[in-house]
Structure formats: C-alpha cells, structure tokens
Design a protein around this ligand. Structure first.
Ligand SMILES: Cc1ncc(COP(=O)(O)O)c(C=O)c1O
Length: 464
C-alpha cells in the first residue's frame, strides 16, 4: 500500500452484463454437468459468420496496392505514401481521404450533405460517447445527462465516471421517449442547478429496449430539444442492421437536423469491431465562455487531440477500402455492405419471432415481446406479475435450462429505479445476433434455443 490518499475517488459498480460474463464460465459448468446444452440468447456481439475478416483483408490489400498504382510508383524500393501514412503519426482528424469518401457515401445514404471537416474520428461509438462527455465535463459544472429508461449500459458506465454528472432518465412507450416526461426532466434538472448538454439515445434498434422510435416521436423530441437548447446525442450502431423495407426506414436525427445533433457512427457492426473505427459528426454550434460561439466539431477535435492524439491510420485506410467496390471504384452506398450481414441477422430474427409466435402467441396476457425493426435485441416481458427477473431467475435459466439471457433491471438508470423499484424486473433482453455455429447449424442452434426458452417461460409461468 502507498501513502497516497485520494478522497472522493470511488470504486464504480460493475454492470450486470459484465457480471454475467464473469459468472458465465461457472454457470456454464453447472449446466454442462447436468448434460445441458448452452443456448446463447444473451451476447450482443456481431455474429462470427459475418465477421470473418479474410475476404476483407484480401480486398484491403488490393485497395492499398491500387492506391500505390494511382501514386504512379513503379520502383519497389520507394515506400508508397499510403504505407508510410498507415504507420506514421498522423492527424487527429485521421486520413483526409477516408473522411471525404465517408462523407459522400454516408451522406448519400442518409440524405445529408456532410461536411468532412465536421467528422471527428473516435475509438468506436464508445470513444464518441466518452469524447462528448469529456467536452462538457471539462468545465466542472454540475451536469444532467438526459437519457432513456432503459438505456445503453456503456453510456451509464461512462456517465457514472463523472461525479458532477447525474442521469435524468425518461420513460418510453412503444414510440420512443415520452415527450411530457422528457420536458419535465429538463425542467427538474435545471431547477437543481444543472446544465443539460444533451439527450443520449439509440433511436434505431435501441439497445437494450429492442425497438426503433417512430418518425412522429423523433420530430416531437427534436422540437423540444430545439426549443430548450439541448443537443441530441444519437448513437447509431444499428442504422444499417435494419429490417424495415427501404421506403419505411426512419430518418436518423442527424438527417432531420445536423445542427441539433451529435451523431455517432461506428464501423463495429457494418464492418468489424476490432479496428475501433468511428466518427462523431455534428454541425452544431454552441455558446461557450464569454458568450463566444464554438462549433462542437472544433471542441471535440481539441478534446480528441489530447485524448487519443490521432486515430490508427491503418484502421481508417482499411475502413476506406470497405467504402470501395471490388474494382476499387467508390461506392455510392453502404447498403450492399450491410446486406451481406443482414442475410444472417434477418434469418435469425425470423427464427426468434416465429418461434415466439408459434409457442407463445396464444398467451397475449402472459407474454409480450418487442418486434425489432433494427439491431440485435427484443425485450421480452412477463405480464402475469408473478415472475421476477432478478439475478436468481437468470441463474436458474442457465443452470436448469442452459439458457443465457440478460436481465433488464440493470439497464434502468438509478433515478428510474427510484421512481419504480420494480423497473425491468419483469423483463429480459433477448439477443438474436450471436451463436457459436454457422450456416445450417446456426439455424438449428437458434431454433433450439428459442424453443427451449419458450418451454422454460411457459413452465415458469405455469402454463404448460
Ligand atoms: C448502443 C451501443 N452503443 C455503442 C456500442 C459500442 O460500439 P463500439 O464497438 O463502436 O464502441 C454498442 C455495442 O454493443 C451499442 O449497442
């Protein structure tokens, strides 16, 4: 032990998802000792079948070779510029070419004329969340972070690091955050002397709430945010993991108003999580000290230059390769990239929803599940009032049925659990994105997992 005294420094609590993954090997052994097969309905990871990097690595090598050709280098002893750039100290904004191509392709997909200089590289969406929190925390003022109840565990973990920030959460209905509660929470936070910089949300394929906001609700929330002078921090990892027909896809907040929005793009789901590629995009301008105006992109850039100094240029050039076709011409859209992944997720989603419907559809008074139009999750609710989805219940599902699912209660911020101590305690987050197997075996495993889940919940609810 040293004699350093750090008063005020607190040990943060660990999220239930982390606790689950820590306790899983033990629970798995217990289940396997009973001869039970483990059924994955918990993990929120991209499916291994769509994250095999081998084809991508070939394409990336070809793209870099193509860049060398474009440079006009024929002398193999001369180091190509793209190779030099990939392993050098770069710029906090990352390779300019990647930002320019991304701005065109993403802008085309989401009906937006994107300004490449407003794109700030981040370490995935996680880095984007942290970056924007840091920007506002630097001033040392008491803050209120507005978010949904339930909300993404990673956001709660980051918000929880800042002792002068408090989460003010907003309950949701089937369309999104409830506007009246949204307004009340802003008023309450301001009355408590807190600055409310943004509202953090995941409008498409909400993790963990398992649905996407309606178009109408997005406009209502945007209207309040404009009126109250609050940014919308839009975390968009599942924008392309979208199950709606193209004409029915919702507009993200960034398309509706890039000046009121801070949009977080990540390459983790459309590409690969490992390279940690992401962008924060905003055209917002805010008033800072002494009544000065500052663009949010500029504030984020300054923060990033101290936080990460510069993003990994090789990872960004690899992502740039993904924005090019097989013949290395620039893509006009990322939807064909998404389509390769969507085949698997669409199929898994159908297996889950059809399984629920055929086994549990006859009990609408007992069970409810969300129909996700994007993302990886559905929220399953027990309506009988007799089932409590606490840690003991989760443990029982693993050890008696081999089922791994995530309880919802821990996704409710502390204030929501004070308003309703039972919040989430009748719900589970069911994920349909991950299994250890591929192809036909994946279909069989998921079908079996869903069927085991339905048998278990009927048994536990006393209807078998
Ligand atoms: C809502 C949400 N935000 C952020 C992340 C993390 O994304 P990244 O890998 O880009 O940091 C996830 C991943 O599960 C997520 O669901």
């Amino acid at each position: 032990m040293t004699n350093l005294i750090a008063p005020g420094l607190k040990r943060m609590s660990v999220s239930v998802t982390r606790k689950m993954s820590a306790s899983l090997p033990g629970l798995r052994r217990l289940a396997q000792d009973k001869g039970l097969k483990i059924h994955h309905l918990g993990a929120g990871y991209p499916h291994p079948e769509v994250t095999d990097p081998r084809h991508f690595l070939e394409h990336e090598a070809g793209y870099l070779e193509h860049l060398t050709q474009v440079e006009g280098l024929n002398d193999p002893s001369v180091l190509p510029e793209n190779l030099r750039e990939a392993f050098s100290y770069g710029d906090t904004l990352g390779p300019p070419s990647t930002r320019q191509v991304f701005a065109r392709v993403y802008g085309n997909d989401w009906n937006l004329e994107m300004k490449p200089d407003c794109l700030i590289p981040t370490v995935g969406a996680t880095g984007g969340i942290s970056l924007i929190c840091s920007v506002f925390e630097n001033a040392g003022l008491p803050l209120a972070y507005l978010t949904d109840a339930p909300t993404y565990a990673g956001f709660m973990a980051r918000a929880g690091l800042c002792q002068q920030a408090k989460i003010y959460s907003v309950e949701m209905d089937g369309e999104g955050p409830i506007p009246a509660v949204f307004e009340q929470q802003i008023v309450a936070a301001r009355a408590a002397g807190r600055l409310v910089p943004f509202y953090y949300t995941v409008p498409d394929g909400h993790n963990p709430a398992g649905f996407s906001f309606s178009a109408k609700r997005r406009l209502e929330i945007l209207e309040i945010a404009r009126r109250e002078g609050i940014l919308i921090l839009e975390d968009a990892p599942y924008l392309y993991i979208n199950f709606a027909a193209p004409a029915d896809r919702q507009q993200p907040f960034v398309s509706l108003d890039p000046r009121q929005t801070v949009h977080l793009f990540t390459g983790s789901k459309i590409g690969f999580p490992g390279p940690r590629v992401g962008y924060l995009y905003s055209e917002a301008s805010i008033e800072i000290a002494n009544g000065e105006q500052a663009s949010l992109a500029e504030l984020a850039l300054l923060q990033a230059s101290a936080d990460i100094l510069f993003p990994n240029p090789a990872a960004y050039l690899g992502f740039e390769a993904l924005l090019h076709e097989a013949d290395f011409s620039e893509r006009t859209s990322m939807w064909p990239v998404a389509e390769e992944k969507l085949d698997v997720y669409r199929e898994n989603r159908e297996i889950m929803l059809q399984g629920f419907e055929s086994s549990l559809g006859a009990y609408p008074d007992l069970f409810h599940w969300t129909i996700p139009m994007a993302g990886f999750f559905s929220v399953f609710t027990f309506l009988s009032g007799t089932i409590r989805t606490d840690d003991e219940f989760i443990r029982k599902l693993v050890t008696e049925y081999g089922l791994v699912v995530i309880p919802m209660y821990d996704f409710y911020p502390p204030d929501a659990r004070i308003r309703n101590p039972n919040a989430g305690l009748d719900q589970l987050r069911i994920s349909f994105c991950f299994s250890e197997s591929a192809g036909e075996q994946r279909r069989k495993d998921l079908t079996e997992a869903v069927s085991t889940f339905c048998t278990a919940v009927k048994h536990l609810a006393g209807v078998d």
